[in-house]
Design a protein around this ligand. Structure first.
Ligand SMILES: [Zn+2]
Length: 146
């Protein structure tokens, strides 16, 4: 069963379903929680007002739903995030956006589920600390992302 809904894919291509903060929320852990970028503030959690391309996410009024649809793409902000995630978490948000653009959001979430599924419980493994928040002990209370 694919637990990744479209709404969990952030404008930048980040899959919130595999973020440690979202997993903390889903599993009700006593850690910093987040319901996902789009459900929290309907736009980009990282950039807030600084981003003018992505405004209201999936509600229909947005100028762009994903960053690749924006006329400023790729901006320096997403390049910076892409570099950081590639270096620290072996994930590229720009590759994610490419997949979404080429294959569609449905296929992308299916692929993400295959890639980050926990083999023990079928839940999702965090891209940040590579742990399943259901099966593995996740003890550290706070932190940047792990
Ligand atoms: Zn598990």
């Amino acid at each position: 069963m694919n637990e990744i809904s479209k709404e969990l894919i952030a404008p930048c291509g980040m899959n919130c379903a595999i973020c440690s903060r979202y997993l903390a929320y889903r599993n009700n852990l006593n850690r910093r929680q987040c319901r996902g970028c789009r459900s929290e503030n309907k736009k980009c959690t990282y950039l807030f007002e600084k981003c003018t391309g992505i405004n209201n996410g999936l509600d229909g009024n947005a100028s762009a739903v994903f960053c690749y649809e924006c006329n400023q793409y790729p901006c320096s902000q997403i390049n910076r995030m892409n570099d950081r995630y590639r270096k620290n978490y072996s994930m590229s948000v720009k590759d994610n956006l490419d997949c979404i653009n080429k294959m569609g959001i449905g296929k992308f979430t299916e692929d993400q589920y295959e890639k980050y599924r926990c083999l023990k419980c079928g839940g999702l493994v965090s891209v940040h600390n590579k742990k399943c928040f259901k099966c593995d002990k996740v003890t550290k209370l706070v932190e940047k992302y792990d």
